[in-house]
Design a protein around this ligand. Structure first.
Ligand SMILES: Cc1cc2nc3c(=O)[nH]c(=O)nc-3n(C[C@H](O)[C@H](O)[C@H](O)COP(=O)(O)OP(=O)(O)OC[C@H]3O[C@@H](n4cnc5c(N)ncnc54)[C@H](O)[C@@H]3O)c2cc1C
Length: 73
């Protein structure tokens, strides 16, 4: 996916540890909702993300999963 591959436009795009290099961002920036988790607050992905979390994905992703599971009951 990217300038070398396909373009995607999902309802929700979750970027875990994705820097947001333009070659990649070109292909997913028009997603309806972009949620980014990155430990680098200056990562370019945060410029196109609708929701961003600065942190270690190995801590944040399990916490998000648990929250979604709890919400679903
Ligand atoms: C000519 C050319 C064409 C290309 N075409 C494409 C293409 O078509 N598609 C494509 O996808 N790429 C393409 N690329 C490559 C692109 O530039 C990126 O290198 C690639 O998308 C990989 O990006 P990445 O975010 O996976 O890795 P990186 O850019 O290395 O970023 C890794 C990120 O993960 C974060 N991170 C690391 N560990 C953690 C952690 N524990 N918790 C949270 N965050 C963490 C870092 O802060 C960093 O921001 C191309 C490059 C070139 C030169």
């Amino acid at each position: 996916m990217g300038i070398s591959g396909k373009t995607v436009k999902p309802k929700v795009y979750i970027a875990l540890g994705i820097s947001g290099a333009f070659q990649h961002a070109t292909a997913m920036k028009d997603s309806a909702m972009i949620i980014a988790v990155n430990k680098d607050p200056k990562a370019p992905i945060f410029q196109i993300a609708h929701y961003g979390i600065v942190g270690d994905l190995f801590k944040v992703a399990p916490a998000l999963t648990a929250a979604v599971r709890a919400e679903k009951g």
